[in-house]
Design a protein. Structure first.
Length: 359
């Protein structure tokens, strides 16, 4: 019986020690937090001004508001299930990688100067986001809502937005009025959604330069693309043809990526890619049997993993001499039905600037 009593006493001591250690850890956290706010320090020890003290006290306990970044609030990776109170001075709020499922109306109204909101990698549902939650943020420039469970395009987005991330959601339809008044939007990321058709949704985006639609279910290139578009990403869709003249109508378009689609030569009009403004063209992983005609201004052409059977030098140079040559730097033709022996000797003149040719 004596040794049983000793074991019980030892167990009680261990439990008491564990609880004491846990309590000490908690008290230590609170003490450090209070110290950073200015509690428990003499006047000579305090390094924060009264304004800094007030700013620190405003910060919600579940977040961090470093004094060195007085306009930022870090609430990411905290297992949060709701959006905490946002102090009025905050311009940048980081809420990514949490368990947030919804955003109630007015949650950001106290911070009208917000310009950056990171809500990506949460569990946001369209049914739990108020239509006006972002409407009262006249200075919002960047909004990150990717990697969530959204199945509808959010409403009430402010016209101040310049960058919008909605990729990796379940959005299948983008209503025609989704971007009404958003004349400042420059980059739109909608990749990895089940979108089949954008219709006229992209109307009214005069400043858009980057459009990412990779990994959707598009069967055609969206019509009426913004005139200032510079980068267009359409990889991993079901596109089988290219509209005639769609590059001629967009003089700012420099980069076009159409890899991993269903393109055939029959779906590519003659000279559709023979546009001097184009810098990079990616047509890899399609069903092409011939090299399409390109402009001599093009610098990067990706045609790997097609069914190309011949090397047609006329696709790159209309005339082959010392005064006429292509600006092509990179040409990929690997994983096709041609070999290095199929390249004519005149290619040395036509492709004299090339630094990388893969066959």
């Amino acid at each position: 019986r004596g040794w049983i009593v000793l074991l019980l006493l030892a167990k009680l001591v261990n439990i008491s020690t564990t609880q004491s250690s846990s309590s000490l850890t908690w008290l230590s956290y609170l003490r450090n937090r209070a110290y950073s706010h200015g509690y428990g320090r003499s006047h000579s020890q305090a390094s924060l001004t009264a304004e800094d003290d007030s700013s620190q006290l405003e910060c919600p306990l579940e977040c961090d508001c470093p004094s060195m970044y007085r306009y930022a609030m870090y609430c990411n990776n905290r297992n949060l299930q709701h959006v905490p109170f946002v102090p009025s001075r905050i311009k940048y709020v980081y809420l990514q990688n949490n368990q947030i499922t919804g955003i109630t109306n007015g949650v950001f109204d106290n911070a009208p100067n917000l310009s950056w909101i990171g809500l990506h990698s949460n569990k946001l549902s369209s049914d739990k986001i108020s239509d006006k939650v972002f409407a009262k943020l006249p200075n919002l420039v960047r909004l990150f809502l990717h990697n969530n469970n959204l199945n509808r395009f959010p409403k009430g987005l402010p016209p101040s937005l310049r960058v919008l991330h909605l990729n990796h959601n379940n959005i299948s339809v983008v209503p025609a009025d989704s971007f009404h008044g958003m004349s400042n939007l420059m980059a739109l990321h909608l990749q990895m959604n089940p979108i089949e058709d954008l219709g006229n949704a992209l109307d009214g985006l005069p400043s858009l330069t980057v459009l990412d639609l990779r990994g959707n279910r598009l069967r055609k290139i969206p019509e009426r693309l913004p005139l200032k578009l510079s980068q267009l990403y359409l990889e991993y869709n079901h596109i089988s043809s290219v509209p005639a003249g769609f590059l001629n109508d967009r003089p700012e378009l420099r980069f076009v990526r159409l890899s991993h689609n269903q393109l055939t030569n029959g779906g590519i009009p003659a000279n559709v890619f023979n546009v001097s403004t184009l810098v990079e063209l990616d047509l890899s992983f399609n069903k092409l049997e011939r090299i399409p005609t390109i402009s001599t201004s093009l610098e990067n052409l990706y045609l790997q993993a097609n069914k190309i059977k011949e090397f047609s030098l006329s696709s790159f140079c209309r005339a082959v001499d010392r005064n006429n040559y292509s600006n092509l730097r990179v040409l990929r033709l690997d994983a096709n039905k041609i070999s290095p022996q199929d390249i004519p000797s005149e290619a040395v003149l036509c492709l004299r600037l090339a630094t990388n040719i893969d066959v």
